[in-house]
Design a protein around this ligand. Sequence first.
Ligand code: SAH
Ligand code: SF4
Length: 434
Amino acid sequence: MREMQTISENTRQPAAHMPIPGHIDPVPVPREVTPREDGKIDLIGLPRKQIADIFAEAGLDAKAAKLRAKQVYHWLYHRGVTEFEAMTDIAKTMRPWLAERFVIGRPEIVEAQVSNDGTRKWLLRTADKHDFEMVFIPDADRGTLCVSSQVGCTLNCRFCHTGTMRLVRNLTPGEIVGQVMLARDSLGEWPKAGGTMAGLDFDDDDSEAEDDGIYTADGRLLTNIVMMGMGEPLYNFDNVRDALKLVMDGDGLALSKRRITLSTSGVVPMMARAGAEIGVNLAVSLHAVTKEVRDEIVPINRKYGIDELLQACADYPGASNARRITFEYVMLKDKNDSDDDARELIRLIKQYNLPAKVNLIPFNPWDGAAYECSTPERIKRFAEIVFAAGISAPVRTPRGRDIDAACGQLKTSAEKKSRAELDRLAEEKQAALG
Ligand code: SAH
Ligand code: SF4
């Protein structure tokens, strides 16, 4: 997409204070947030307690800071207001005090596109001018927002376009929750006082939602979130966790954790913490069932192999038949799509006794990719074999292809890399493996 070309320039420039971690097992590096030029503090991304602390620092006494923080928090995350003037239960004189010191940020929209199938894609920009993407996929019974966790990715799965970019930086909690808030802005889905949250079914036992708002959608509702945009969420653990906490909080965005899915390429050491500290559904980008093939297409496999990964899945807190782990499996012609591969997949799932379903994803090709998508007949056959073993194996329908919006393959850069260039990049990254 020509309009998207601007991104490549940005994504190749590492931010000054973001050391690029190693390629296979990068240590998440906390990045300082670039201070705003106007000296104001952006409240989006901050939890209630931190808002209270900065209100106190700004001069309110402890009790007032706490009360104001509670009110402001509600307006920010539950009502989605973008101006302090709209906070009607805060004294009129107090509102300018807030506006002088703080802002209510949203990622900047560089471009918004709508596909002929209703899929929407946004090209977004951070305050320090790094571009990333977000996609909304409406279905008959749900609307799924595909959220990015990083600009670029340190890993380089060979079929993934994001993998050809370098990591620019982690997104902050504000930039992550900001994506969901922006989507609600665009879809007109903030609750208004006095109704019920029609359309959102909180099918869990935690009843995190407050029943005091009504959603007015301009079509379909944003009901689900998948951390499947750009980046590896478990290499930006703290920020992803903090953002999702705001999303799940009943007085925040109030989206049930059962409707949120985090997808990882297999950062084994972080998986238990993800279960314990975030507790959302888990999706694992498996994509291959032999060491040889997975080493090639999902290189983190050289660090954390298939057995370790599946053991971590078996240990994932909260996994059960009611909450199965999703294995993503991209269908690559003559690479991972044979009958034997399907049978090995079944064997592995049974060996580890995993409550699992398999999402078969037709490979979404991009210029310079080393693979082709399996034929529809092959995908069908593969799905049948897995399904016959009692494992659900839906084939994911490609969406938004006309706007390059395939979830997980956010084709941010239209920059055309030559095959040679891609090979050199892969070699470089491999050399870093040691
Ligand atoms: N980094 C995380 C989450 C983002 S990728 C992860 O790897 O799981 C989200 C999903 O999209 C992953 O399963 C990824 O493997 C898949 N994906 C990436 N590129 C793709 C492509 N070209 N075609 C189809 N699926 C792709
Ligand atoms: Fe990164 Fe996920 Fe793409 Fe792999 S598939 S390069 S982990 S975004």
